[in-house]
Design a protein around this ligand. Sequence first.
Ligand code: 0PR
Length: 376
Amino acid sequence: MNPKRIKKILQKYYEMDHHYEDGKVLGSMYTYLPEIVLDTFIKFYQANLGNEGMYPGTKRMEEKVVKFLLTLSSAKASLFEKKFFGHIVSGGTEANITALWIARNMGFNRILTTKDAHFSIRKAANILNIPLEEISMNTGKMDIGDLESKIRDGDIVVATAGTTPLGIVDPIKEIGEICNLYDCFMHVDAAFGGFVIPFLRELGYMDVKFGFDVPEVMSLTIDPHKMGMAPYPAGAILMRGNLFKYIEVDAPYLVRGKNASLLGTRQSGSVAAAYASILYFGWNGYREIVKRCMENMHYAIRRIQEEGFEIFIKPELNILNIKLKNPSRTKREFLKRGWSVSINPSYGTMRIVFMPHVTTRVIENFLKVLKNIEKS
Ligand code: 0PR
C-alpha cells in the first residue's frame, strides 16, 4: 500500500481515540507535549538502553535526567558522588515492582501500605509473592497509629506522595520516624507527586518532605511521563546506595555484560525526550506548569461550588474530587457525550486531574454537561 492510503486508514482509528486537544479528557495524568520533545522521541526512537553499551550518548542523557530527578527528590549528593542511583524505566508500575523486588532480595518480607496506594503495589506483591497488609487511612492519609500497631522488623513500608485517587501525600516524615525504630525498608511512590510537591513548596502551597531528605527513605518512584512532560514510557526508580546490585544478572553477550532492570530491551527515545523536556522547561518552567494547574483547580473549586456541587476532601495536589449521588451513572452519561472522565466509586466522587490541558474553558464546558446530567 502506498503511504497516502495507509495514512487514510490510520486516520479513521486516530479519530476513534480521545485526544487532549479536544478538551474532553479529565481523568488522565498525561497531557500534550511540546514539539521539540516529540521530535526528540522520534530522533532517538532506535535507542535501547537494555544494551546500554551501544548507546553511550543516550546513557549520558539518562544520567542527566536522573540527576534532575534527584534534585527534585532532595538528594543532596549527586549521582556522581555514588550515594544515589537511578534508572529510567517504563513507568510507575515498573518502578514500584523494581523497588519491591530489590527489597525482597535484600530479605524484607511483608508490605504495609494503604488502600489508596496504586494498584501496581498489589501487582508487585502478587508477582514477587510478598504478603501485603493494609494500613488504615485518615482523610486519605496513612494512619500513623495503625502503622505503629502493625509494623515489625522485616517490613517494607510503601508510602504515597500524591495518591492516585485523591492526590493526598502520606505523612512521609512521621512514617520514616516509625520505620527508624525497626529494621524496615521504606519506599515512597511519588510517581505523580514528585514533579509537583517541590514546586508547591516554592509556591507556598505546602511544606512537606517526601524524598531523600527523609533519612529512612530507601527508594523513590518519580515519573517523567506524568507531570514531567515526557512521553511514555518514562518512569524512574531512584535508590539510596547502589541497591540495583540485588537484581543484577550476567548478560555476557551485551556490550556491558550486565543487566539490572526488569525489562530487557527498552524504548529509550523517551529518555532522550525526557531530557529535552527538562532542557525546555527547566526548574522554573515546571514550577509555572504547577502554578497554572493549581490556579485552574482553584478556579474550578469556586465555580463548582457556585453551581451547588460539593468538593470532597481539601485537595493537596492538582487532583480534585467532586461528590456525586451516583458517580457510575454520571460517568456513563459523560462517556456517551464523548468525554473521558474518571470516578472513585469508593469515595462516591468524580475525579479531575488538573493537567495543563484542563483549562478554565474545559471546566466551563464540563460544568454545563454536569449540570445537564445531574438535573436529568
Ligand atoms: N503510582 C501512582 C501514584 C500512580 O498514580 C500511577 C499511575 C502509578 C504508580 C503507575 O504508573 P504507570 O501507569 O506509569 O505504570 N496512575 C495513573 C492511573 O492509574 C496512570 C494513568 C495515566 C491513568 C494516564 C490514565 C491515564 O490516561 O490512574
